[in-house]
Design a protein around this ligand. Structure first.
Ligand SMILES: NC(=O)c1ccc[n+]([C@@H]2O[C@H](COP(=O)([O-])OP(=O)(O)OC[C@H]3O[C@@H](n4cnc5c(N)ncnc54)[C@H](OP(=O)(O)O)[C@@H]3O)[C@@H](O)[C@H]2O)c1
Length: 249
């Protein structure tokens, strides 16, 4: 039997598009008070209005997830607004086409600052609060590319490999204190991700042709809500979620 998340306070980073947007809507529909964060303020304002229009509760906090000071502010504003902190979805992230030889080296640092260091910093700050209260959920967006390194975005995959290791390390640190750290590793999901990563439309089209219907952001969102709605003694550590036709990675 699932546990209600009604009235719980959640943060979702990377909520101005794709998977984060869908997660925020799904958590709000399940009754959580949701703080939506990303850099694009207008997008966040539209999402807050959409959630409110459906009877949910949300607040926008614009922040760069790669900036530790802005992450501190995000947490402070969330606690003041929501009266606590229960669920943190570490979703903001970006891809990068190519491997060690073929990817744009000019983007290495910013990708690692966002996908690994920024994500780990939010996990750490949230973890301190959740450990003190003896309960709460941190859900991290990994990728199948961080599960099996993919031939077309190998260096991005290494960042997701790193954050998966960090999530498991933190799970071991905090599970005895009642805190759950979960990682979801989706296969291909249709979103703004492919364009931002620099995947060319031709190869993307070829994968879709081979694999059939990709995942939709709401497919991932349902999984997040399912994970955080488990009774306190149940922890889904890890979930790999692929389109049915995706063989690899
Ligand atoms: N799509 C896939 O196939 C796929 C598969 C596996 C895993 N994932 C992972 O799922 C997560 C979400 O991806 P998505 O598919 O939803 O991609 P998306 O549609 O491109 O959305 C990315 C989100 O991250 C935010 N973001 C990017 N840089 C940021 C920064 N520096 N600070 C704060 N927010 C930032 C973007 O908002 P702003 O630009 O407004 O800041 C946007 O809201 C990522 O961690 C990605 O690695 C995606």
């Amino acid at each position: 039997m699932n546990t209600s998340i009604k009235g719980k306070t959640a943060i979702v980073t990377g909520a101005s598009a794709g998977i984060g947007w869908a997660i925020a809507e799904d958590l709000a529909a399940a009754g959580a008070k949701v703080v939506v964060s990303a850099r694009r303020k207008e997008r966040l304002a539209s999402l807050v209005a959409k959630i409110a229009g459906g009877g949910g509760t949300a607040m926008a906090v614009a922040a760069d997830a790669g900036d530790t000071k802005q992450t501190d502010e995000l947490i402070k504003k969330t606690q003041n607004w929501g009266g606590g902190l229960d669920i943190v979805v570490v979703n903001a992230g970006r891809g990068l086409s190519g491997g060690i030889l073929s990817s744009d080296q000019g983007q290495w640092e910013s990708m690692y600052r966002l996908n690994v260091l920024g994500a780990a910093y939010l996990m750490r700050r949230a973890g301190e609060i959740l450990c003190q209260q003896g309960k709460g959920d941190i859900v991290v967006l990994g990728s199948v590319s961080g599960h099996h390194i993919s031939p077309f975005s190998g260096f991005y995959g290494s960042s997701k490999w790193a954050i998966a290791g960090a999530a498991e390390a933190m799970r071991r640190e905090v599970c005895g204190k009642g805190v759950r750290v979960s990682i979801i590793k989706p296969g291909i999901v249709t979103s703004e991700f492919q364009a931002a990563a620099g995947y060319d439309a031709e190869s993307f089209g070829a994968w879709i042709k081979k694999w059939g219907q990709p995942l939709d952001p709401v497919d991932v969102a349902r999984a997040v809500t399912f994970i955080v709605s488990q009774p306190g003694h149940v922890h889904i550590n890890e979930m790999v979620l692929r389109p049915t036709g995706q063989d690899y990675p």
